[in-house]
Design a protein around this ligand. Structure first.
Ligand code: SAM
Length: 236
């Protein structure tokens, strides 16, 4: 499906080399995605090069910019078809990954992939703002990650309540990331976060990306997250 040598080389160049077995599993995942996409709309990107760069490499860039300790507990908020979470788990299968999304058909795909690839994870069919109010999830994760879910201002309210103080939220953004980050300063502070770093980089196809690392420095006030209409219409 994907050009495994090329993916391997891209990752090498980005400083995130992977074992051959990982590259093979990424290839199997890509094939499963394309196959399921014929029946269920999971992605607009279906060409092998696009999947390799815009989905797999893009997801794995988290390992370039953040250190995930052995067994770290991670939640992907609005995981969709598993980006960035599935490539992350394939590459580092000691992670305790939680896939969260409000769309059941996407999670059915995630469950099938986990079984086919022999991976273990938690799959949560829920809205982030409701799940984050539950004790079982609130401030229990070392990391939250999210890609293409909402503007950073709103996204912080959907993600930071999951992260324990001392943990981190990684937002995977396009080139709009820096502008969104400027507008999210109040939201980050209100929710107990502090920006650690902002990385601007390009993928092998020259598309521009921004990775925003937000550290959780204090507990999120219990009034957050609010209901979804307030989060989207009146972002902090
Ligand atoms: N992260 C994936 C990616 O980068 O390919 C999926 C992106 S897709 C554009 C956005 C996903 O976020 C959808 O699957 C949607 O169901 C989910 N989503 C949006 N708002 C959500 C919320 N409040 N709680 C849970 N999932 C949400």
């Amino acid at each position: 499906m994907i050009d495994t040598k090329q993916v391997s080389q891209y990752l090498e160049e980005a400083g995130i080399p992977q074992r051959e077995t990982v590259i093979e599993q990424l290839d199997r995942f890509a094939a499963l995605l394309v196959q399921r996409n014929k029946a269920v709309n999971l992605t607009a990107i279906t060409d092998p090069e696009g999947i390799a760069v815009k989905h797999l490499i893009d997801s794995l860039m988290v390992f370039k910019y953040a250190h995930f300790p052995q067994g770290a507990k991670v939640i992907d908020v609005g995981c969709g078809a598993g980006f960035p979470s599935m490539p992350m788990l394939i590459a580092k299968n000691d992670l305790q990954m939680t896939f969260l999304d409000s769309t059941g058909k996407k999670l059915a795909f995630i469950e099938d992939c986990l079984e086919t690839l022999g991976l273990e994870a938690t799959v949560l069919h829920a809205r982030a703002e409701e799940q984050a109010r539950k004790n079982v999830s609130r401030e229990t994760f070392d990391f939250a990650v999210a890609r293409a879910v909402a503007n950073l201002r709103s996204l912080c309210e959907l993600t930071l309540p999951f992260v324990k103080p001392g943990g981190c939220f990684l937002a995977l953004k396009g080139k709009e990331g820096k502008e969104e980050w400027k507008q999210a300063q109040n939201a980050i502070a209100q929710l107990g976060g502090k920006t650690q770093e902002l990385f601007a980089y390009t993928l092998p196809d020259a598309s521009e990306r921004t990775m925003i690392l937000i550290k959780k420095i204090s507990q999120t006030p219990t009034k957050y997250p609010r209901a979804s209409t307030a989060i989207m219409k009146k972002p902090l």
